[in-house]
Design a protein around this ligand. Sequence first.
Ligand code: NDP
Length: 286
Amino acid sequence: MTARIIDGNALSAKLRGELAAQAAELTVQGEQPCLAVILVGSDPASAVYVRNKVAGCEKAGIKSLKFEYGADAEPAEVLAKIAELNADAGVHGILVQLPLPKHFDEKAVLEAISVEKDVDGFHAENVGRLSQGQEAFVPCTPNGVMEMFKSEGISLRGAEAVVIGRSNIVGKPMAMLLTAAGATVTVCHSATRDLNFHTRRADILVAAIGKPKFVTGDMVKPGAVVIDVGINRLPDGKLCGDVDFESAKDVAGAITPVPGGVGPMTITMLLANTVESARRALRRKG
Ligand code: NDP
């Protein structure tokens, strides 16, 4: 069997078209969605992510503001900028690109962002709201995966879902969303005793580990849906996921490629959260 490829580029293009139309409508109503991005330090991967986020905004008619700081920036300086952006009614989303330099308290920086502008969905209050099924900004990567399930017509109710990885950014919110959608969810991590036992019974397998080609075909249940969140750079410069695509595609029923799978969906959901934040701001104005 060769798996159906879940095309994140195609789905992103469709959704971004819809978001551009919504952004244009909000702009006409005097509420052009606006995302402020803060980049601290000179991590090359972070610079690429920020560039892609800003470019995504521009294409969708979302205003973007970029604030860059050197690796030796004072945390107080960045916190002051966040406070200024929190108070600016023209800004709907604030994103601090992670990771921050070591002398920053990452948690304190994320908590400084107004809950109403936390379009990354990393603020503890948004995480709490998500866990209780209340209106919240959902972290972009797992939210993008949920959009993929929806567009592919993949039924989650009653499905056995296994998430490998328990990070705050991907694994934990992914497990919350799958649980809310009716799946029976197992979260695996580095202390999981028999990983293969779990992965081999997964109807839905999500890999968010950060280890190239870690999940091989023999770990996959025949016909399973395999979602590869991983983005790893190989020594030859090429990107690959946490799943060994070549062996897994012969066993899975559907699979996301890397690149062109989950990656583009993450930025798409960031744009969606920014548009949603602008919509809520307009509603508050009444
Ligand atoms: P983290 O490093 O924060 O988390 C990795 C998780 O994998 C941890 O929970 C860890 O367990 C678990 N893990 C590590 N080794 C093993 C193992 N041998 N067996 C089982 N579990 C293991 O990574 P992130 O969640 O931030 O990212 C995961 C991947 O997704 C990375 O490749 C990252 O680049 C990518 N990513 C992609 C995005 C996209 O847009 N597509 C967005 C964000 C991330 P433990 O907790 O016990 O240490």
